[in-house]
Design a protein around this ligand. Structure first.
Ligand code: XUL
Ligand code: CO
Length: 439
């Protein structure tokens, strides 16, 4: 087998003082944090599409990425060689998981039958590479957004033939995810939304999306797929409005269609900021609704209004993100998948290592800091104290226990004009977080 990253050997942990760009400074997979290793907390995954398949092209310019494994002309040979390069990269990086869309790993043929046959050629090779390296599949998914047939959406398309085609694709993607022992299956509704309400029956489209999910749940049961279904919220791009706008919108959709037991959320940091939230907010909403399933680990750029999918290097964001994940008692079968791409100008193969190492170190440091904040309990103590009137005072207890009514509360308030509020102390708390980050 040809080696594609000859100049790189296994990435090792060398500690914060290391000057070696090809070493971890904070990610020490075996280090115990609390009750498990860093590797078990973080469950890092590489995204096949950004790292191995895409070429760096943007709407204004051609691809720039030096990816020797993508130079092969025959599409199936290219897919094979790409898989070999992918597993060499992931093994050297030391991640335990990867994720793919069906179309990342095998080329689309002239017919659906041919496309499925292409997948059947590549999946056994990927299975062998997984066995050889011990790298597992975090999640599989179907690409229901690139091909022109999905111009009006997939499950929410106004055309039943498109709905059927998307269903066939999900069926196959579930088959191969199951075959490869995938721990989750993701739905990201890239084109499930609208451009204008003038031509859209929103109610009908959302009913159809629910029908689509129900059929996937039934099929998974039929084939014995035990992985977790995940929906990945995003507010827009490529559609003007995506139905899975944010965690709250997806949760209310799942509630309405009685699907809550079958789905959790895959929270992507850059999607959170596009929705006008931050990473922690989306994780928090998912957590308190028992729906935090997995994470697409990346970051956006507030000065750019789109999904830039950058490698996560913002330590503040990863710390507060890991704080939520620890409070959730981990991600279960989920993980931290780098749905992130190196910049168009970072075109050397080695930049793929730099990007992932940066992201892994930033989350590892975030984990350690978040663990310390939780251990010390200063945030939790402050928040608990802030709401203490509901637990320590009779009137508060009555409200929480549902033992009162507007009449009794009005009588109480009429007698209690001098309300004393305490400070929110935001600046104090932010300064304290800085101390943890800088120590
Ligand atoms: C797009 C995105 C997708 C999903 C999987 O913004 O995040 O790559 O993660 O389809
Ligand atoms: Co994503």
């Amino acid at each position: 087998m040809k080696e594609y990253f000859k100049d790189v050997s296994k990435i090792e942990y060398e500690g914060a003082k290391s000057g070696n760009p090809l070493a971890f400074k904070y990610y020490n997979p075996e280090e115990i944090v609390g009750n498990k290793t860093m590797a078990d907390h973080l469950r890092f995954s590489v995204a096949y599409w950004h790292t191995f398949t895409e070429d760096g092209s943007d709407p204004f310019g051609a691809g720039t990425m030096q990816r020797p494994w993508n130079k092969i002309m025959d599409p199936l040979d290219k897919a094979r060689i790409r898989a070999e390069a992918a597993f060499e990269f992931m093994e050297k990086l030391g991640v335990d998981y990867f994720c793919f869309h069906d179309r990342d790993i095998a080329p689309e043929g002239d017919t659906l039958l041919e496309t499925n046959k292409n997948l059947e050629q590549i999946v056994p090779l990927i299975s062998d590479l997984m066995d050889e390296t011990g790298i597992d599949l975090l999640w599989g998914t179907a690409n229901l957004f690139t091909h022109p047939r999905f111009v009006h959406g997939a499950a929410t398309a106004p055309n039943a033939d498109v709905f059927a085609y998307a269903s066939a694709q999900v069926k196959k993607a579930l088959d191969i995810t199951n075959q490869l022992g995938g721990e989750n299956y993701v739905f990201w509704g890239g084109r499930e939304g609208y451009e204008t309400l003038l031509n859209t029956d929103m109610e009908f489209e959302q009913d159809n999306l629910a029908r689509f999910f129900e059929m996937a749940v039934d099929y998974a049961e039929k084939i014995g797929f035990e992985g977790q279904f995940l929906i990945e919220p995003k507010p827009k791009e490529p559609t003007k409005h995506q139905y899975d706008f944010d965690a709250a919108a997806v949760l209310s959709f799942l509630e309405k269609y009685d699907l809550k037991d079958n789905f959790k959320l895959n929270i992507e940091a850059n999607h959170a900021t596009l929705a006008g939230h931050n990473f922690q907010h989306e994780l928090y909403i998912a957590r308190i609704n028992d729906a935090l399933g997995s994470v697409d680990a990346n970051q956006g750029d507030k000065l750019l209004g789109w999904d830039t999918d950058q490698f996560p290097t913002n330590i503040y964001s990863t710390t507060l993100g890991m704080y939520e994940i620890l409070k959730n008692d981990g991600l279960g079968s989920g993980g931290l998948n780098f749905d992130a791409k190196v910049r168009r100008a970072s075109f050397k193969p080695v930049d793929l290592f730099y990007g992932h190492i940066a992201g892994m170190d930033t989350f590892a440091r975030g984990l350690k800091t978040a663990y310390k904040i939780l251990q010390d309990g200063f945030l939790e103590d402050f928040v608990e104290e802030r709401y203490s009137s509901y637990y320590e005072e009779e009137i508060g207890q009555k409200i929480v226990n549902g033992d009162t009514d507007l009449e009794e509360l009005a009588t109480y308030a009429l007698d209690n004009d001098d309300i004393e509020n305490s400070s929110g102390c935001q600046e104090l708390l932010e300064a304290k977080i800085n101390q943890y980050l800088l120590e």
